[in-house]
Design a protein around this ligand. Structure first.
Ligand SMILES: NC(=O)c1ccc[n+]([C@@H]2O[C@H](COP(=O)([O-])OP(=O)(O)OC[C@H]3O[C@@H](n4cnc5c(N)ncnc54)[C@H](OP(=O)(O)O)[C@@H]3O)[C@@H](O)[C@H]2O)c1
Length: 263
């Protein structure tokens, strides 16, 4: 049984697959109307139609590329124009990149846009309507990677560390306003995230099965934690242990050696 944080309308970025689409299912089941954002319009449309038919909720499809300022501004404007959001899920993201000194800087800048600029700007766009109504929540997708020094994924880890720090600071600022913030930090989760060619080795071999979590479980746990008001939330005991490993003396070099095998 999922605990309902508060119903209303939720805007989800990255809703065309994985954790974002799973958020959409869970929130539709809780009777949220939805605004679904990502680049692949056909996927959003299929999802929106299915959720409307199954749960009787209203769904709006809003295709946008969050790696561009233009795409981010379009979503910001939609958030302000609707003026009815009770939940924003900043989920859109992607991984990979390889060693930074060899990395494609355009892809890197895209990652900063999707993980950092879009999260900061969309959150800023939605907060005035939420604080005025004294009701609402923002869930920002971090990662267990936020707690690591990860050679080969430096930009990924550091943008996710920003998500965690941003959410922590914001949660303090918003105390007493009725608005909740969550940095959701999953570990290895079955989605399309690891379908990128650079994750081929990781998928097939070296990550033990017990470390993977189904997307459904991540979302159920996230929504329960939101109802409890947990700001930095790591779903599951195994992921909590994973996230705390970097604080253990001598664990750092071992983790970095494993990470280098995936470069
Ligand atoms: N899976 C994991 O193991 C894991 C672990 C920790 C954290 N996370 C985080 O969870 C979030 C969701 O990832 P996922 O695992 O669900 O992966 P996924 O299945 O690949 O989904 C990623 C979503 O982000 C969207 N997206 C990517 N680039 C975009 C752009 N430029 N503009 C708009 N939307 C964009 C994609 O939609 P379009 O391609 O249609 O645009 C897709 O809907 C990410 O922030 C990721 O970092 C994942």
């Amino acid at each position: 049984m999922i605990v309902q944080p508060s119903s209303g309308t939720a805007l989800i970025t990255g809703a065309s697959s994985g954790l974002g689409a799973t958020f959409a299912y869970h929130l539709a089941a809780l009777k949220y109307d939805l605004v679904l954002v990502a680049r692949r319009e056909d996927r959003l449309r299929n999802l929106g139609d299915r959720l409307s038919q199954r749960y009787g909720v209203r769904t709006e499809i809003f295709p946008a590329d969050l790696s561009s300022d233009a795409g981010i501004i379009q979503v910001e404007e939609r958030i302000r124009a609707r003026n009815d959001l009770t939940l924003l899920v900043n989920d859109a993201g992607f991984g990979g990149g390889g060693p930074y000194f060899r990395a494609d800087i355009i892809r890197g800048a895209d990652m900063i846009h999707v993980h950092v600029v879009a999260t900061a700007r969309l959150t800023r766009a939605v907060l005035p309507q939420m604080t005025e109504r004294r009701r609402g929540a923002v869930i920002n997708l971090g990662s267990v990677a936020a707690f690591y020094v990860l050679p080969g994924s430096v930009l990924y880890g550091s943008t996710k560390a920003w998500v965690v720090a941003f959410s922590r600071g914001l949660a303090h600022e918003l105390k007493g306003t009725g608005v909740r913030i969550q940095a959701l930090c999953p570990g290895f989760t079955h989605t399309e995230f690891h379908d990128a060619p650079e994750f081929e080795k990781m998928k097939d071999t070296s990550i033990p099965g017990f470390l993977w979590m189904p997307a459904d479980k991540v979302i159920e746990k996230s929504l329960r934690a939101l109802a409890r008001g947990k700001t930095v939330y790591i779903p599951g005991l195994r992921n909590k242990i994973l996230a705390s490993l970097p604080r253990i003396p001598f664990a750092g070099p071992i983790i970095r050696r494993i990470a280098r095998r995936h470069e």
